[in-house]
Design a binder for this molecule. Structure first.
Ligand SMILES: Nc1ncnc2c1ncn2[C@@H]1O[C@H](COP(=O)(O)OP(=O)(O)OP(=O)(O)O)[C@@H](O)[C@H]1O
Length: 271
């Protein structure tokens, strides 16, 4: 379980003032829950994820994962990045085995475990390729296998499919769902896509910017397993109802929305 209690995080902006990336964020993510996080650019999604990962600190509040306060990164929490972040000089096998090497596992154990995960993500036969020889979708499969290799309780995914084309994205969504349905772990998944948020999530967290806060939490009451018919699911009335509801909230936060544009202009004049 992840418990985020009153977390506030500020950065120093370019002009020297404070940027409130997170303000009093409170959120609990249940064991084996798939939580998706949606919100306009700059609302603090990545900051929240990096805080849970222990990659950055914060000024106020506490983040507790399975009863322990987060102070630094740990193998209980694995990250998957939008830009894959693979080691370009290392083979698929070595990339996937990397976390196990850091943990001091023997070569035989590392390789056996890595091969199993490479099979799981559908990359069997590509063990000795370098990342540069793979498509974006295949590279992200490696990213996913590498994250799963350390057997984390929590998978933190920062727009992992954002750089992929529509078809590849769809296939990887289905595969991620199918892996999660079998392995069950707690997932926090950031996305810019309302459809992706609903398709994958048990709940969708909507964040609003300046300061970054949780604006709304929308439950997704669509039965699982969902991996078998992702296309059909997107046509269902339940799916459309939830995405419409999300859009109602998101459009008012968008910088081009009339009311928010007027508010920004007023602020500028006042400031
Ligand atoms: N290292 C940093 N130094 C200064 N400001 C930062 C830093 N990291 C983030 N910020 C600011 O904090 C706010 C939240 O950023 P964050 O990257 O968490 O947003 P986001 O919701 O993930 O955005 P996007 O959807 O565009 O990825 C933004 O205003 C951003 O400019």
């Amino acid at each position: 379980m992840i418990e985020i209690r009153g977390v506030t995080k500020k950065f120093t902006g370019r002009e020297g003032g404070d940027v409130h990336a997170l303000k009093d964020v409170n959120l609990t993510v249940g064991d084996n829950e798939f939580l998706t996080v949606l919100g306009p650019s700059g609302c603090g999604k990545t900051t929240l994820l990096r805080a849970i990962a222990g990659l950055i600190g914060w000024e106020e509040g506490d983040i507790v994962v399975d009863g322990e306060s987060v102070r630094r990164p740990g193998p209980d929490r694995a990250m998957v990045f939008q830009n894959f972040a693979l080691l370009p000089w290392a083979t698929v096998l070595d990339n996937v085995a990397f976390g196990l090497e850091l943990r001091g596992e023997s070569r035989a154990v590392r390789h056996a475990k890595a091969r199993e995960l490479i099979e799981l993500v559908g990359l069997g036969g590509f063990e000795s390729r370098l990342p540069g020889e793979l498509s974006g979708g295949m590279q992200q499969r490696v990213g996913l296998a590498r994250a799963l290799a350390v057997e984390p309780n929590v998978l933190l995914m920062d727009e992992p499919f954002g750089a992929l084309d529509e078809q590849t994205r769809r296939i990887l969504q289905e595969e991620l769902l199918s892996i999660w349905e079998r392995r069950r772990l707690t997932v926090v998944f950031i996305t810019h896509s309302m459809e992706e948020a609903v398709l994958l999530g048990d709940r969708v967290v909507l964040m609003s910017p300046r300061p970054g806060r949780i604006a709304e939490i929308v439950p997704v009451d669509i039965p699982r397993p969902r991996s078998a018919d992702v296309g059909g699911l997107e046509q269902s009335p339940e799916f459309t109802a939830i995405t419409s509801r999300l859009w109602e909230s998101l459009r008012t936060m968008h910088p081009d929305h009339r009311t928010s544009a007027r508010a920004a202009a007023t602020q500028e004049v006042a400031g």
